[in-house]
Design a protein around this ligand. Structure first.
Ligand SMILES: NC(=O)c1ccc[n+]([C@@H]2O[C@H](COP(=O)([O-])OP(=O)(O)OC[C@H]3O[C@@H](n4cnc5c(N)ncnc54)[C@H](O)[C@@H]3O)[C@@H](O)[C@H]2O)c1
Length: 375
């Protein structure tokens, strides 16, 4: 067996450990979407990139694991949280393959944990922000960033809902303090900023919604797409055609979430019963085929037309009857929080491992299906 092959097989065996201590290399791989973690002897894509991650909360640390596992990029991170070191030590090893150690990544210079934003931005070719979901934070961050990085630097935001246009609203060269006569720093920032919206947790979930503003250059979108495809991590970047509140996946998810909260609030089902309804129905159904393709089957030989004509009136009645919760009302929130905490407790390391193993298994199963069937 060649050293490379051996490395990869060892990677496979160890990666299985993230979900179960009894995993072996002969079992389905659990640590990546489809590809094994890169071995030290495998050339890695994006070795030349220097990525600065701003904000290392739930999304930042998961993206960090993704870049560290599948790219050769050097990563610098900045987050002012007081418990940053403990947070990294507690969570990052859960997300990395066992072949990668945080201490080694730091000593090799693959990972730099920086005490200031300026330090983290040094030499950055890509800046990816996942700080607080506040417009003022995004605006202030980009103002600080663009004056300190090269004009070729890619600008990506992980925001769940603040469009690239809004993040740079009111941004002009005077605001940026750009004294350079041939500057036009603000216009250049607009051409480079796009949303790279992940689905949590991004080190596993394949979807990346790439959402440009009308000013973003097509080549910036293409670069982001090619970067993630080149990782061979199984990620599926999808370009969204128009800036819309919440993009696409969250619009679908949060509307469903509202109805779920409404049904619990009305006492129709409990939190855990609703979860089981979901897992036994829409979960597997939509993992196999998407919304439209699947409902097309519901219309028999007439497809979608048959489906809409057949049960359209029931659909219309349900749309009219959908729950309309007020987000300022704490009553339904208390009910949902209490039931969720009682049913599941708060997230633990063991829970995260189980979630990740389950998600990986489903995604890998989906990939096998897609490979096995003509679409
Ligand atoms: N949580 C999700 O499911 C999810 C999914 C997709 C996208 N997002 C988006 O990702 C972003 C981050 O979300 P999250 O859930 O990771 O939030 P989070 O609260 O877990 O993390 C935010 C991090 O930003 C840090 N921060 C605060 N001020 C900062 C500053 N000045 N500079 C750098 N870092 C700073 C905080 O210390 C924290 O660690 C948001 O824009 C959110 O909309 C979240």
């Amino acid at each position: 067996m060649s050293p490379t092959q051996q490395d990869q097989d060892q990677d496979h065996a160890r990666l299985g450990d993230t979900s179960s201590s009894t995993s072996s290399s002969s079992q389905p791989q659990a640590a990546t979407l489809s590809a094994p973690a890169p071995s030290t002897t495998t050339p890695l894509p994006s070795r030349c990139e220097k990525i600065c991650l701003i904000g290392l909360g739930a999304i930042g640390i998961s993206f960090l694991a993704l870049h560290l596992t599948f790219s050769g990029a050097q990563i610098s991170v900045y987050d002012p949280r007081a418990d940053l070191d403990e947070h990294i030590a507690a969570i990052l090893p859960l997300y990395l393959p066992a072949t990668l150690s945080v201490d080694e990544l730091r000593s090799q210079g693959r990972l730099r944990i920086c005490a200031s934003l300026d330090d983290a931005l040094l030499g950055a070719t890509i800046v990816q922000e996942q700080g607080p979901e506040k417009e003022v934070f995004k605006r202030d961050t980009w103002r600080a960033v663009v004056t300190k990085v090269a004009r070729s630097c890619r600008l990506w935001s992980s925001t769940s809902g603040i469009s690239a246009s809004r993040q740079l609203e009111g941004f002009d060269d005077a605001a940026a303090g750009d004294g350079d006569e041939d500057g036009d720093l603000a216009a250049s920032a607009r051409q480079r900023l796009l949303i790279v919206h992940p689905f949590n947790p991004p080190h596993i979930m394949p979807l990346l919604e790439l959402v440009p503003s009308p000013s973003t250059l097509p080549e910036e979108v293409e670069f982001a797409k090619q970067y993630f495809l080149a990782l061979a991590s199984g990620h599926r970047p999808i370009v969204i055609h128009k800036e819309t509140k919440g993009f696409v996946a969250n619009r679908l998810s949060f509307i469903l979430f509202r109805e779920a909260c409404h049904l619990v609030n009305e006492g129709v089902v409990s939190v855990d019963e609703l979860d089981e309804v979901m897992r036994a129905s829409l979960g597997p159904r939509w993992a196999v085929k998407g919304v439209f393709e699947m409902y097309g089957f519901g219309g028999g030989s007439k497809g979608m037309r048959g489906f809409l004509d057949g049960i359209g009136s029931s659909i219309g009645e349900l749309w009219d009857d959908a729950g309309d919760l007020d987000f300022k009302d704490e009553g339904w929130k208390d009910k949902v929080v209490k039931q969720t905490d009682e049913a599941y407790g708060l997230p633990t390391a063991q829970g995260i491992r189980a979630r990740d193993a389950g998600l990986r298994a489903v995604v890998q199963c989906q990939e096998r299906m897609d490979g096995a069937h003509e679409r």
